[in-house]
Design a protein. Structure first.
Length: 259
């Protein structure tokens, strides 16, 4: 894990409220393990913002690390005001990774919604035969095309493009095979619905959880999530709770309970 002052290579709006930033971060890129991992960012080295903001790694190519972010509040708004040549202070890499997506006998079904698009797109780039479902409120928030013939399904809450409904509507429409594994990242309500779906269908699912988070390194204890199995995990001393920053953000769906 390193702290790196990364120069911004590009920072562009790719859909309504959604931006992609590419940063020159050779140290973080060199340590990067795979989809699921995240970095914790500060825009400036001053007292205005003490707490970093976690962002999943969307892509790593050579020395460049990319994020895809949604403007939520003050800090992500500041992200969007940064220009090429400006810097970002990165702490990373952090977190664990999605697993078993590369098994020949498995079919990955990838689901991303809201701020959860980045790790899912990262994983999609690596998968050869995956189903991709991306959810948004409206067409303007999508930056990909609805292509059912290529197993890419977009959904919109207002029906303005793709499937009218949410990612669960799409998930119910596709044929889930015995060997499918669901990988999902998005708002808690979405993850809860995917978890329920997976339990009902007896399907395996890995969920990447985007809880509130402070330090990202297990000190502040701000990102706890309740655990189902009660076992002590590698990094966390809680029996009942897990720290998303150290034990996650990726969990098997039967490992956690949403509050
Ligand atoms: C491991 C991890 C990976 C993430 N990856 C991404 C990513 O790739 N792209 C992306 O756009 N976002 C991602 N997020 C969420 C992102 O960190 C928050 O949206 C961001 O911190 C908001 O900061 P802000 O200063 O703009 O908003 P704030 O001013 O801090 O918050 C504005 C409002 O947003 C809500 N909010 C803020 N943070 C969260 C949160 N973590 N969960 C739920 N609600 C929240 C609160 O209601 C708050 O009032 C990730 C979060 C985690 C924990």
């Amino acid at each position: 894990m390193v702290i790196e002052l990364a120069e911004i290579l590009s920072n562009e709006q790719i859909a309504q409220g959604i931006w992609r930033m590419s940063m020159h971060a050779p140290k973080v890129a060199a340590d990067y393990v795979g989809p699921g991992q995240f970095i914790n960012l500060l825009t400036d080295d001053n007292w205005d913002h003490l707490v970093r903001r976690p962002m999943s790694i969307a892509f790593v190519k050579d020395d460049a690390v990319d994020i895809i972010y949604k403007i939520f509040g003050e800090m992500t708004d500041q992200f969007s005001r940064k220009n090429s040549g400006d810097t970002m202070n990165i702490l990373g890499h952090l977190g664990n990774v999605f697993s078993d997506w590369d098994r020949q006998d498995k079919e990955p079904v990838l689901i991303g919604g809201g701020v959860g698009l980045a790790p899912i797109l990262n994983l999609y780039e690596l998968c050869t035969d995956a189903v991709l479902i991306m959810g948004a409120r409206t067409a303007a928030e999508h930056f990909m095309k609805h292509e059912p013939e290529n197993h890419i399904y977009l959904t919109t809450d207002d029906g303005s493009s793709g499937i009218d409904g949410n990612v669960l509507t799409a998930l119910n429409e596709i044929d889930l095979h015995e060997n499918s594994i669901i990988y999902a990242c998005g708002p808690e309500l979405m993850l809860l619905a995917v978890q329920k779906f997976a339990v009902e269908k007896n399907a395996r699912a890995q969920l990447s959880v985007e809880s509130y988070m402070g330090c990202g390194v297990g000190l502040c204890q701000g990102c706890v999530i309740e655990r189902q199995n009660g076992q002590v995990m590698k990094h966390s001393y809680h029996e009942k709770y897990s720290l998303v920053c150290l034990d996650g953000p990726v969990y098997e769906c039967d490992e956690i309970i949403f509050g």
